[in-house]
Design a protein around this ligand. Sequence first.
Ligand SMILES: [Zn+2]
Length: 577
Amino acid sequence: MQRALIIGWDGATFDLIRPWVEQGKLPAIGKLMKSGTHGLLRSTMPYWTFPAWTSFMTGTNPGKHGIFDFTQRRPGKYELEFVNGGQRRAPTFWKILSQANRQVISVSVPCTFPPERVNGVMISGFDAPGIGGRAAHANAASMYPSSLKEELDEAVGGHPLGGYMAIELKKGHPQRVVDLVVQTIERKAATVKHLMANKPWDCCMILFGESDGAGHQFWKYCDPNSPLYTEQPSGLRDSILEVYQALDRQLAEIVELAPPDTTVLLMSDHGFGGVSDSVLYPNCWLREQGLLRFHGRTAHWKSRVLDSVKLRAVAMLPLRLKRALIRYGRKGLGNLESQVRYGMIDWKGTEAYFEENPYYPMLWVNLRGRQPGGIVEPGRHYEEVRDRLIDELESWRHPESGEPIVTKAYRREEVYSGPCVENAPDVIPDWALHEGYSYAFKLSSKSPDLAWIERVDPKRSENIQYFMNKSGTHRPDGIFVAHGSPILEDHVVQGARITDVAPTLLHLLGVPIPEHMDGRVLGEIFADGGAGSGPVKKAAIETSLEPDCDDADTNGAYTAEEEQVIAERLQSLGYID
Ligand SMILES: [Zn+2]
């Protein structure tokens, strides 16, 4: 019987990998590409880690699985809450394989907290709260079965959730950051090596988030063409390469441990590229279109002060964290984050607003009955506002170059399908690049004179701070590499999408593919007569929307303190500001 080993490199891109492979710097992936099939893997919209990996594990679009971002709107409020795997509304392939009596191992895949009761083991990804402060190890609640915690403590000294690169960078220890990242890669790999050797498995997966973190943090040190490029601190010029090389070494070692009947899939959830020194303040632009109104100066000021309090609140000392929590009535950072993002918007004069996250702002209509201060009537009025938004977005131009700022704007039902579409933002912009680099996004409360665009000086201290973990960002195309006896050698696959991986994997393992999956079997990657090349089997399966974790009472809901830990981790990665 076929087995599958899946290795995820979060945010890995062929733009970096290809030249390094050609220079012989990444021998393991180079070998898999040459003697297997590879190609671009199109991510979800937005091309962000949680929706993308969830589409990977369910074979469905976000309209079916319900995960659109790291945060989601609290029903009936303008507040945000953090998202984790507990909110997923479609079954994962681990569950489907388990029901088909296949044994699975899953390690560190984002958006898998709380862990599922699978036929095998599951260790959650970085949405798990973890223990041990900055070192952040996965705790027993992040593992299924929970007894795995003790076993891993003994065998490999515990399983790391990921380091806090930003903290060491701020302290001015750049090489130490790279060393920490490399160590984390080695320690995560130690976990999967232990599990591969000691547990039976048909499908084993390990995800490394370090390629993504390195891209966010180190791009400006490695790309001399970047408008944010800096030679200081020295010693980081090859930092992203060093991280990829550590991943490549572990790839070789992990593949080596797999039995010969194993098909290896190496993939990422999206690509990566550089960030521009052109900053957009999206809600300031909406204001100029007459679609949004701000309160007076006081609210502007209040929103700024809250932001600085929040930064201090996540600045790592437990005592400070607790004080901040008490001060904000134990509502946690989700609420604080919403105050910072929305505190200065005057809802009575606002028809639409951007959810101003620092990576991929999307648009909400301020709808009566859905938003507490909604002024747009459902039905015709709602459609008129969306039509107008799309027109305005698509004619939005850079003031100097005249180039589009948004390539195209979509109504949510044009991008998503399924029962969760109504949880999606109303309009999804496809943000254009500026001179080959992604726009940076800042909160409108920080805009000088409420201007919607600003070219910033990356050498100024507040910008050094801002771009610390945001000099690189996501691109829509990730990587896909497949290697094994059923897979074509030296072949390039075109048009693969992240939702195609789950059905392809089930097909490879001889398990019927649920009809609700949106992806297709990548039949063209299989060699004739290979084990995976038989007819595609489809099945109607029960799509359970019930929580499926050990702790069904809370279904992974975070406590206030856990919410702080998650906030700190997301902030370290640049996902909240
Ligand atoms: Zn990612």
